[in-house]
Design a protein around this ligand. Structure first.
Ligand code: MBD
Ligand code: FE
Length: 288
């Protein structure tokens, strides 16, 4: 690759993360899912195409622009960035529609970097970290409840987030396998305590096709610092969410449009003087 010599270490890692998500998706069960009925495919494909025709007509799209699009779409696949592209620019609306009937806690998108089956720990838990893990110590206490307000025995919080430099384990090379990932099992009342390190704001890979689009459009590549979770309990609908930190400038202009006011944390200096602590609870809807 001719670009290799000019890549910074950050860019090299970033490019890797984007395409790893494609490998992961191919291995995941999601790919062998139920076929979408012919009527739905026809309806949805036609409407998307009609929207494209509308844009072409309204803005008199040229052959030059059409060929740029063709070239770019080819590069999205070549760079393995379809999961990244879809999760950044499309998933938030799918999530909105999928969860519109929920009465419990708000969720948001999963994004491209979830890994199932992270090692389980009983509460109180400390997520795996390196000895010199950079950043601020974070202690998070919370409860998993049902709509009736009762704590859910057997509740679990799967947590994953980037490190202080914005890298995810299993996507960026050189980070230990389960770093800053884990499944925390709550106590009999649904209470949990999780110790981790505050993540950094995150820039999506800038050296692949998604980065090319961002640069060509004059956008920015930032997501606010965030902690991903999947919260579950017996008989409950799983909740996928991300939690954000107050005052992060990118809470207002997240490239992935995945911030909601209900998802912003309230960390305070920890009572024991070690970093920060916060409370954040979850309310799960019953299974349909
Ligand atoms: C992320 O970490 C993320 O959460 C999303 C949605 C997209 C790209 C990187
Ligand atoms: Fe993320």
């Amino acid at each position: 690759m001719s670009m290799a010599k000019t890549m910074t270490e950050f860019d090299a890692k970033a490019a890797d993360s984007g395409s790893k998500a494609t490998e992961r998706f191919k291995e995941s069960g999601k790919r062998s899912g139920i076929a979408v009925p012919k009527e739905r495919v026809s309806l949805l494909a036609r409407e998307v195409l009609e929207a494209v025709y509308g844009t072409i007509r309204r803005h008199k799209v040229t052959y030059e622009e059409y060929n740029s699009l063709k070239d770019w779409l080819i590069s999205v696949g070549d760079d393995g960035e379809w999961p990244l592209f879809l999760d950044v620019w499309v998933e938030h609306v799918v999530e909105e529609v999928a969860t519109e009937d929920r009465q419990g806690s708000k969720g948001t998108i999963e994004g491209p970097y979830y890994v199932p089956n992270s090692p389980e720990q009983k509460t109180p838990a400390r997520l795996p970290r390196r000895d010199d893990e950079p950043g601020i110590e974070l202690t998070w206490r919370g409860q998993i409840r049902g709509l009736d307000g009762n704590g859910i025995a057997g509740g679990k919080v799967e947590v994953w987030h980037a490190d202080g430099a914005g890298f995810y384990s299993q996507y960026a090379p050189g980070v230990p396998e389960w770093n800053l990932r884990g499944t925390v099992v709550a106590d009999g009342d649904g209470n949990f305590e999780i110790q981790t390190m505050r993540p950094a704001p995150y820039q999506i890979p800038t050296d692949g096709a998604c980065g090319k689009l961002i640069a060509a459009a004059g956008w920015h590549a930032w997501r606010p610092a965030h902690i991903h979770v999947k919260v579950s309990g017996p008989g409950m609908q799983q909740l996928t969410a991300q939690l954000y930190f107050p005052g992060d400038p990118h809470n207002e202009d997240d490239i992935a449009s995945a911030v909601k006011p209900e998802l912003i944390l309230d960390p305070r200096p920890a009572a024991d003087g070690k970093g920060e602590e916060m409370v954040y609870d979850f309310v799960l809807d019953p299974e349909a």
